[in-house]
Design a protein around this ligand. Structure first.
Ligand code: ZN
Length: 106
């Protein structure tokens, strides 16, 4: 199963590290899932790793005001203001998160 995930991760551009970090239990839990689901899982793992490293997903290009973080980049269907966001826990963990310049129009 891990070899399948490694192949899909490579094809999705997510790299091998996100798969190597998975526990054997997490890998085993993927058994029986469709390739479409596994590809979405791999993309999600990559996105979580990027957020933890302070890397903005390409499609998160809308400036949103988070009550916890202040101005942050989120996806286009987000409301203009949110109570909390996916960056909050990474900011609290000490990650430097990318922020839009609040003086620029969005
Ligand atoms: Zn936030």
């Amino acid at each position: 199963m891990r070899d399948i995930l490694l192949r899909l991760s490579e094809e999705e551009g997510a790299g091998p590290a996100v798969i190597h970090r998975l526990s054997d239990e997490d890998v085993a839990a993927c058994t029986g899932e469709s390739e479409k689901t596994l590809r979405a899982y791999v993309r999600g793992l990559r996105q979580q790793a990027d957020l933890a490293a302070g890397i903005k997903p390409l499609e998160w290009n809308v400036a949103v005001n988070c009550r916890g973080c202040g101005p942050v980049w989120l996806w286009p269907t987000c409301p203009a203001e949110v109570i909390a966001c996916p960056w909050c826990r990474h900011r609290k963990a000490g990650t430097r998160i990318p922020t839009p310049d609040p003086s620029l129009p969005t």
